[in-house]
Design a protein around this ligand. Sequence first.
Ligand SMILES: NC(=O)c1ccc[n+]([C@@H]2O[C@H](COP(=O)([O-])OP(=O)(O)OC[C@H]3O[C@@H](n4cnc5c(N)ncnc54)[C@H](OP(=O)(O)O)[C@@H]3O)[C@@H](O)[C@H]2O)c1
Length: 343
Amino acid sequence: MKIAILHGPRDLRIEEQSLNVSQLAPDEIHVKTIISAFKIGTDRGNYEGAEQVPGAPGYPRWVGDSNLGEVLAVGSAVKRVQVGDRIVTRQPHQSEYVMKESGSLARVPEGVEPEDAVYAHLYALSSLCYRKAFFQPGENVAVVGVGVLGLGAVALGPLFGARVVALANSPVRLDMAAQMGAHAGLLSNDPDLALKLDTFTRGAGIDLVILTANPWPAYRTALDIVRPNGRVSIVSLLGRGEDALDFNPLSMERFYTRGISLIAVSGAAGYLYPKNSVTGETEDRFSADRAAEHVLDLMADGKLHPSSLITHRFHYSQMVEAYEMAYRREKSMLGVIFEWQDA
Ligand SMILES: NC(=O)c1ccc[n+]([C@@H]2O[C@H](COP(=O)([O-])OP(=O)(O)OC[C@H]3O[C@@H](n4cnc5c(N)ncnc54)[C@H](OP(=O)(O)O)[C@@H]3O)[C@@H](O)[C@H]2O)c1
């Protein structure tokens, strides 16, 4: 099988590795990848050799974690999937693999296109930005940073009952946000930002900011535009691979006196849904896979189309080209699909 391995900064190679599928353990699943999607923010950071993320592997390392494949075989005890099912997983960019049934996966419902479904776990993370911040229908939400995760938050907002304004650092990305259903879009360095947001919210202010950009100026914008006592969901890895910060991120006037809540969007939101008292089940009601199932249901209902913003499709052998484009921060690049089927 083929797998993308990063050997060091900007040293990505497609390699051949052996995979023994002759005898699956009872809880194993053999999957053939159809497509995988580029998670630009995280993947680019790894590719550039930006600051190490705690818990992430060192070099040489796999890359990618949005994979859509077909189940080729299952072990004798597997219950979650059957041969022939299409599943989305958080497996790396690779042509086939064997995973445990207990690993992260969600079945793709009938009628959902692969190029939509492959974004299920990324959009599940976008949905966690709302959920973890106790979003209420009707709130005004600003999404700062318009990459894949930001556009997921933009697209989900109206479905959740939010009024959404996108804040980008390029007009190209504002066009994309409009296409994904943003009610408004502004450049984050607009000199009249405060006034325009005031008009957008009819004076009520931005209740929740979803921050998906790493640079510190984006963080400063987030704190400056949220209303007093508002919340900022931070899904970005602040400062990763960016210039050092030149201001106090928790200054009294920006943070303390305005009563702002900063929320780290990582891991689970299980505290919102304690153990089920009837079944005794301890699973997080909105685990990554449950949230991905929700996103897939919205796709099946025809309400969510991440594929409409696919800008590039590459055969896996051309993967380095895609990473180099991300390295150059090409704004026209957004949804990038890697195709794993050899003709
Ligand atoms: N918390 C988690 O569990 C988790 C999981 C996955 C990913 N992440 C992180 O989430 C973030 C978003 O991922 P992504 O793939 O969507 O990343 P992305 O493609 O880099 O999106 C961020 C966007 O924000 C833009 N931006 C930068 N500064 C800005 C500013 N001042 N105002 C407005 N926009 C600005 C960036 O533009 P430039 O390219 O010009 O900088 C980029 O287009 C990344 O930091 C990623 O590492 C977190």
